[in-house]
Design a protein. Structure first.
Length: 131
């Protein structure tokens, strides 16, 4: 149990640091483009992706001992859930004006892709028993 908590803490802290850095860069870019971060749901997007990635990683760690051979499918299902959250909660807000702008799409895809990269890295570590 302690090992699982330690794994979640390490993953959560490193993901939070990575997302914070990228959020800062993303915010600065939007500032120089004259776009408000509130306009694109940037903060909810980063927060949502962080907690979904944390939940997915928790499930992966929890299932590692019994269902090692299914972790890849669980990981893919987690990505499917993230896109489901996007299409249910974010996409309708973005489409209020009739189309999804590149800034709006980037607001969700940037933290999504970063979380995906970090999750993939830690899934590989889990599968190789290096964590």
């Amino acid at each position: 149990m302690r090992k699982m908590i330690k794994q979640l803490q390490v993953f959560g802290i490193k993901l939070l640091i990575a997302l914070s850095i990228v959020f800062g860069i993303h915010s600065v870019i939007l500032y120089f483009l004259g776009i408000s971060i509130a306009q694109n749901l940037l903060i909810p997007s980063y927060i949502t992706n962080y907690f979904l990635a944390l939940l997915i990683f928790f499930i992966l760690v929890k299932l590692k001992k019994k269902y090692l051979d299914l972790l890849g499918f669980v990981f893919m299902a987690g990505s499917f859930v993230k896109f489901g959250v996007y299409f249910i909660f974010f996409n309708p807000v973005f489409k209020q004006n009739g189309l999804v702008s590149s800034q709006e799409a980037t607001a969700f895809l940037t933290p999504y892709l970063l979380c995906l990269i970090v999750e993939t890295f830690y899934l590989i570590k889990l599968l190789n028993n290096k964590m």
